[in-house]
Design a protein around this ligand. Structure first.
Ligand SMILES: NC(=O)c1ccc[n+]([C@@H]2O[C@H](COP(=O)([O-])OP(=O)(O)OC[C@H]3O[C@@H](n4cnc5c(N)ncnc54)[C@H](O)[C@@H]3O)[C@@H](O)[C@H]2O)c1
Length: 443
């Protein structure tokens, strides 16, 4: 398209976004992409889903969900209302007016950003781009990614960003398992490569999100997401350190945090635990650490929090050993039941779960390990971990048959009264058992 036609491309795209005749393409149909696809479908857009995972594509096209908190009925409704379909054939990107990228951004083995999923996705759609489309990246990443990795790839195809194709970064803020917020009620930040890109990005998201917050550039939007997650990682590191100090002083850190939380201003509670989990908090801060090096900067808070948080599983195992030792037992040969193996309460997501590291450490010490998790009935295939285990039911006799119960994830579905009554020994990493009891050790 010639540049003089550019305002037309934008006007036409804005019209389609506003009258909801646009087709929305979502690339990456996981925890972030699938709810977003369903939200666009809910308000009446035609939605196309793209994913390289053939199993997910097949499940969605059969109206099945593979995420616990997303109901199959919602997928069936989207299929009916918006002709929602999933595919691994990226040529369909041409028929979309908006392309929203929600693919993983993990770390490599050397703890450096692995942008391969983002780059593969961009390279898969670039041959199918045409004037009058908006591309929005939602995957968490370091500042500069949209400008340095996406823009040149799009422009190499002969399309001018800001005139032919409109490019944005709009970070995702999903909180799976939190019933208080839905995709539409979580305010969404959006930055554009040019003012025209931002205008189109706002028109896209304002249709489905109650409050869209414009920022001055894609770099600001990228850094905003990192700040949010670094803020959590650093504060969790702080309370984990406070936990070690309180433990040595014989003070219950949970009681301290609860008391501090009564201050109506200037204090935000964070809770200690057995380590960081999930796809975001243990990973995203190190995207900034890597990028900061290019500017000769060190991210000292991030490194320190990472050091403390990463040491938590081993510290917990030390407490397990101590608790057994006090009762004249060795960890080697003991039967240990791990309660809750998802990375946080009330979800089925196992990514980076510290409970899995606890299980690995227990096995390495010679313990016999079982687990119970109502959200994870069978231990799933994981890249670096393998356990041939199924969740065991919690019965009075079953609970009493273990030498130790290690509470790793505090799902609401557990009957803590039953567990507390029948367990011989509980090591509680989540502050569930606040009242001192002979069979409870806090870790
Ligand atoms: N899960 C969360 O709560 C959350 C919250 C905020 C931000 N994020 C960020 O959002 C991004 C996505 O996270 P997620 O939790 O949805 O990941 P996910 O693993 O649940 O989903 C990603 C999907 O992308 C697919 N995929 C991989 N490569 C692809 C390609 N080349 N083309 C198309 N699909 C491809 C995968 O098969 C998978 O289905 C990450 O950057 C993450 O940091 C996640």
């Amino acid at each position: 398209m010639k540049l003089e036609n550019a305002p037309l491309a934008r006007e036409e795209l804005l019209r389609k976004l506003k009258d909801r005749s646009a087709t929305i393409g979502i690339l990456g149909l996981g925890y972030v992409g699938l709810p977003l696809a369903l939200r666009f479908a809910e308000v009446g857009y035609k939605v196309a889903g793209f994913d390289i995972d053939a199993g997910k594509v097949e499940a969605l096209n059969a109206g099945r969900s593979y995420i616990e908190h997303i109901k199959a009925e919602n997928i069936a409704a989207a299929r009916k209302r918006s002709r929602f379909e999933a595919t691994s054939d990226f040529s369909g990107a041409r028929g979309c007016d908006a392309l929203i990228i929600c693919v993983p951004t993990p770390l490599t083995l050397y703890r450096e950003p692995d942008l391969s999923f983002v780059i593969n996705t961009v390279e898969a759609i670039v041959p199918h781009l045409r004037p009058g489309q908006v591309v929005s990246l939602e995957s968490t990443t370091y500042p500069g990614t949209t400008d340095e990795e996406l823009r040149p790839r799009i422009e190499a195809a002969g399309l001018k960003v800001g005139a032919d194709v409109f490019l944005c970064f709009s970070p995702e803020r999903e909180d799976p398992g939190n019933p208080q917020y839905a995709t539409s009620t979580i305010p969404k930040v959006c930055g554009g490569t040019t003012p025209a890109c931002l205008q189109v990005g706002l028109a896209l998201y304002e249709q489905v999100i109650n409050r869209v917050v414009p920022v001055g550039s894609t770099r600001v939007a990228e850094m905003t997401k990192l700040l949010e997650n670094i803020h959590r990682a650093v504060n969790i590191g702080l309370v984990n350190e406070m936990k070690l100090i309180c433990d040595r002083m014989g003070i219950d850190v949970h009681e301290v945090i609860q008391a501090a939380s009564t201050k109506p201003f200037g204090f935000v509670p964070y809770w200690p635990g057995p380590g960081l989990g999930g796809h975001c908090i243990p990973i995203d801060p190190f995207y900034l650490t890597w990028k900061a090096r290019q500017y000769g900067m060190h991210t000292r808070f991030i490194e320190l929090a990472g050091e403390i948080n990463r040491a938590m599983p081993e510290w917990v195992i030390g407490k397990v050993m101590e608790a057994l030792n006090d009762r004249g037992r060795a960890l080697k040969g003991s039967r240990v039941l791990v309660l809750g193996i998802a990375y946080k309460k009330n979800v089925d997501d196992m990514r980076e779960s510290p409970a899995v590291e606890l299980m690995e450490l227990l096995v390495r010490c010679g313990a016999q390990v079982a687990y119970s998790d109502p959200h994870v009935p069978v231990f799933p295939p994981m890249r670096q971990h393998h356990f041939d285990l199924k969740s065991v039911p919690l019965t009075p006799e079953g609970i009493a048959s273990y030498d130790l119960v290690l509470l790793a994830t505090n799902h609401d579905a557990f009957d803590y009264g039953l567990i507390g009554k029948h367990a011989r020994l509980i090591v509680d990493t989540r502050g569930v058992y606040l009242k001192p009891a002979a069979n409870v050790v806090k870790a």
